[in-house]
Design a binder for this molecule. Structure first.
Ligand SMILES: *Cc1c(COP(=O)(O)O)cnc(C)c1O
Length: 467
């Protein structure tokens, strides 16, 4: 209780030299709020226990206020060094954009643009026009449309094409993607009645045909995303479903999830079908994400038959789901690289990381360890371990991509301590723990990350006993 008297008044604190310096850098309201918060906390602590007298000293309080202001003003969205090896890591922002998107983003962000203006005609244009031709050229589709994300694309397609009617879906494809996106819920939300057919592991052509009524608006095929049905299974492939749709007079929609435009079958032990294959098979409407395997910005892409795509463009939901100009700019720049697939494989970071062969990753791991050892103090032990990385982003869940992992050991710190301290460091570093070891997967570490990674690892030796 005696200590309460040691807590200064706000007015006094404001006169301190160190706080006057902070007042030059931070807005006054924020400064006041922070001082009050720091003093309140001190008061609270003093009520419960007897504190060391230094805690009430001017220097200590100024330093607390300064640190808190710096924390408060730092952006909440921050860079993370991804050492997990999960290429399309949904929690870490999914795909890194290709460098060619940088200029497009800058132009669109800081200049006026022809977003909705037709420069040739001198009249109002449509934001859909910019990318539609490119998407049609790349996929062979008649029409194309971009929305905010693939969840929006599915919602819009179902609302525009099947509201008040029925869509037939295999029980093996009624998936939850995560983040509460469940196919049955999205169907209900769009006013579409779900007609489940087949069983969890096996669905046959006759199951679809037997479900057709005058109310049937769509046969819907859904990519199983981060889930796989293996063993005694049967599914109706897209081309077969199109044949059934033609027979029954029912259009076919496919939610492909991670939209893949590059043929990766020669480069990966398992590959997703491409959007082009689904278009060629005659699927009427196809939806996919822009930031999964495609490697662009967050977006939902629809390609398909022109009348159906046009019906979606005219739907009232379109306005609520439309993409912003920065998304369109980044997407156009990413898609342009796919005109030459070899170029896309080199310049789209998601594709490059995903298809990096073991030899390249081993060379990268060794070069990283050489660079890190030069910068790191003795005491941090680095060693190699063979392992595998994952694609992520709800694509290829069973795929294991061989890699060479770097194990980090620090005397006095457990793998969990290392993980927590790197995560909370100045530049956040996320790795993984497997079988009692803290591991760095070079597959997702960028060349420009190595210096900061070295700094983060060096910092592990500061106060190593503060877990
Ligand atoms: C990821 C995914 C979605 C959702 O896509 P977002 O772009 O994240 O909105 C929908 N369907 C499938 C099959 C998916 O894999």
């Amino acid at each position: 209780m005696q200590q309460m008297k040691l807590i200064p008044k706000v007015d006094r604190v404001l006169e301190w030299e160190g706080v006057r310096a902070l007042a030059l850098r931070y807005p006054r309201a924020l400064l006041l709020k922070t001082i009050r918060a720091v003093l309140d906390r001190l008061r609270e602590d003093a009520r419960h226990s007897s504190l060391a007298p230094e805690v009430f000293a001017e220097a200590s309080i100024v330093s607390l206020v300064g640190r808190e202001l710096a924390d408060l003003s730092a952006p909440s969205l921050r860079r993370v060094i991804n050492c997990t090896g999960v290429v399309v890591h949904t929690n870490l922002g999914r795909s890194l954009l290709p460098q060619s998107a940088k200029k497009a983003l800058e132009t669109m962000a800081f200049s006026y643009s022809n977003l909705e203006y037709d420069l040739k005609a001198g009249s109002r244009g449509s934001r859909h026009s910019h990318i539609e031709a490119l998407l049609c050229e790349l996929t062979g589709a008649e029409g194309a449309l971009v929305v905010n994300n693939n969840a929006a694309a599915v919602l819009l397609a179902l609302s525009a094409l099947a509201a008040g009617r029925e869509a037939v879906v295999s029980r093996g494809e009624l998936v939850e993607i995560g983040g509460s996106f469940r196919i049955p819920d999205v169907m209900r939300l769009s006013g579409v009645t779900l007609k489940e057919v087949g069983t969890t592991n096996r669905t046959h052509p006759r199951d679809y045909l037997n479900a057709v009524t005058p109310e049937t608006a769509l046969f819907l095929k859904i990519h199983c995303s981060n889930f796989a049905v293996i063993g005694f299974t049967a599914e109706v492939e897209a081309a077969e479903l199109v044949r059934l749709g033609n027979e029954a007079g029912v259009p076919v929609m496919a939610d492909m999830g991670s939209g893949n435009l590059a043929d990766l079958s020669a480069l990966l032990p398992q590959a997703e079908p491409t959007v082009q294959q689904f278009v060629a098979a005659g699927v009427d409407v196809i939806t996919f994400s822009g930031d999964k395997l495609l490697g662009g910005p967050q977006a939902g892409i629809v390609v398909g038959k022109k009348p159906l795509v046009d019906a979606m463009k005219k739907h009232p939901l379109m306005r609520a789901l439309r993409p912003d100009k920065l998304t369109l700019a980044a997407l156009e720049a990413t898609l342009a690289l796919y005109r030459d697939e070899r170029q896309a494989l080199i310049e789209v970071p998601t594709l490059r990381m995903l298809t990096a062969p073991f030899e390249e990753l081993a060379a990268r791991a060794k070069s990283m360890v050489r660079q890190l050892r030069r910068r790191l103090p003795d005491g941090i032990a680095l060693s190699f371990q063979e392992g595998s990385s994952q694609a992520g982003g709800g694509a290829l869940p069973l795929l294991e991509l061989p890699t060479l992992l770097i194990e980090v050991r620090v005397p006095g710190l457990s793998p969990n301590d290392i993980e927590a301290r790197l995560r909370n460091g100045q530049v956040a570093v996320l790795g993984r723990i497997s079988k009692g070891a803290f591991l760095i997967d070079p597959r997702t570490v960028q060349d420009t990350d190595v210096a900061d990674l070295a700094a983060a690892l060096s910092a592990l030796l500061e106060n190593p006993h503060q877990g």
